[in-house]
Design a protein around this ligand. Sequence first.
Ligand SMILES: [Zn+2]
Length: 245
Amino acid sequence: MHYTCPYCQIRQIVQADQRYVETVHIHVEKNAEGQIGFTIEATTCANPDCAQTTLIGRLRNMRTDAIGRMSPTPGSLESWTLRPQGAARPIPDYIPQAIREDYTEACRIRDLSPKAAATLIRRCLQSMIRDFCNIKKHSLDQEIKALRGAVDAGTAPRGVSDESVDAIDRIRAIGNIGAHMEKDIDLIIPVEPDEAQLLIELTEMLFDEWYIAREKRGARLAALKEMADSKKELRTPQLPPDTGA
Ligand SMILES: [Zn+2]
């Protein structure tokens, strides 16, 4: 089976020794769900630098098979991603803590309260514009307009593309509803879990295009500089003597 590791984002084909699945029959009676079982699914990442294990739990219906054994029926009544928690991507430490916290919390409450998740993502976004783009105005609306202006004028930080500002505009259109629910009561548009998930994914895109890309550029430049410096050190003693000519 194909698997994209939620920790390192590497897509891979899972080998048998990377996966463990077991179903336990739950012996309860007179319950509403009928015969039930709980399946634990564990998948370990093949990338040796990651090797993290994902855990999923599933509540399933059980049936008696042809040879009288209890086995799970296809599909699940409910499922939970137990690890990583809330399906939040692990976010590197060089992204400010307040931004990481808002993002992770939004992922955790996405299904329970998509409106609250959308509002947290909106705040997350404002923090990113203030921190990464160094734009601070009275409202997110003004900040996005200023950012759009900076992109058009070519003065926005590297990595801030037209596409990323378009994506932010979409976040704002949904996130505002969550933030101003009491005021704009006639304008409420329900935010469904899949819409909240869209907002979360747009935020992840900005993590990649802004912070992670900047960090990688910095690391590449540092490596180049180190290589250039070591070559210079090698060369220095071999310079021809100054003849004064
Ligand atoms: Zn991995």
